[in-house]
Design a protein around this ligand. Sequence first.
Ligand SMILES: Nc1nc2c([nH]c(=O)n2[C@H]2C[C@H](O)[C@@H](COP(=O)(O)OP(=O)(O)OP(=O)(O)O)O2)c(=O)[nH]1
Ligand SMILES: [Mg+2]
Length: 318
Amino acid sequence: MLGASRLLHVAVGVIRGGDGRILIAERAKTAHQGGLWEFPGGKVEAGETVLEALCRELYEEVGIRVADATPLIKIAHDYGDRQVLLDVWDIRRFEGQAHGREGQAMQWVAAERLNEFAFPAANRPIIAAARLPRHYAILEAATQRQALDRYRLLIDQGLRLIQIRLKSLPTAELAATLEGIASESSGTDTTLMINADLPISDAGYAGLHLSSRALRACKARPAGYRWVAASCHDLAELRLAEDLGLDFAVLAPVQPTSSHPGAAALGWERFEALVERAGLPVYALGGLQREDGARAAHAGAQGIAGIGAFLNAAQSPG
Ligand SMILES: Nc1nc2c([nH]c(=O)n2[C@H]2C[C@H](O)[C@@H](COP(=O)(O)OP(=O)(O)OP(=O)(O)O)O2)c(=O)[nH]1
Ligand SMILES: [Mg+2]
């Protein structure tokens, strides 16, 4: 961990236009990390809050007035010659036409194309955070019928990142259930994360979700997936996920939850302290509802993950 006193605090904006594309700018050739692409922003000056710095920098650099900003991710990074804390905010509402006020090249880019651009090394988890949604649904069910009903409910509610956990489903119903989900999701913008503990050959899924046990058994990032994520419960597991180059983590349980009755809850304070030390996007899981989204974002989370959180109360397993 980098010593907080040596860190250069930088306010950074992931600015999203009405069509969802994101604004990136080219850093001056002579600047630190020069010639690479960046999200606009700059150093927090003495006496300024990070939000004040964000608003000032985005006006100075791209001529917009920020109307609303939500915390996205904080990343500490050691470049050797400089140690930075990138304090990154999501900006979906602003006034003015963005233009390069310092003569820098700028582009609006679809989130899934961000990986095509050369960014500074610290930006890898920031790009993952910019591409990931605020909600991560975990599909559990007791029967094939319930699994498909719940899957459709999640889709109808706008969920687009879904882990197929299905550990409670009878093994005999698993293959047909997975086929049903695959045919419903094919050709859509839904990202399916298959749980690595399921007794199936997992080829063909965009994502792999490792249980903490599977994570601890991992020697290298599993190949062949666009997204690899892991369930974590403490700092050691978060560090492992980060060191393996995984794309995101789920940290649980934040609150007591009926699905894991024995587990001691972290609480938001401990959650926040752990996330602050993690170098990848982290979803909050355990006893949460959609309404906890703002609390989670302010605790540094990517957003909320849940089994019951995105189902109607009547169908919620808790
Ligand atoms: N703005 C921004 N800075 C980034 C990103 N990624 C990254 O590693 N950095 C680093 C590069 C720099 O060391 C530092 C930002 O400093 P800066 O040069 O933009 O600061 P500034 O706008 O206040 O510039 P200046 O007044 O010193 O010219 O953070 C990013 O995506 N956006
Ligand atoms: Mg700058």
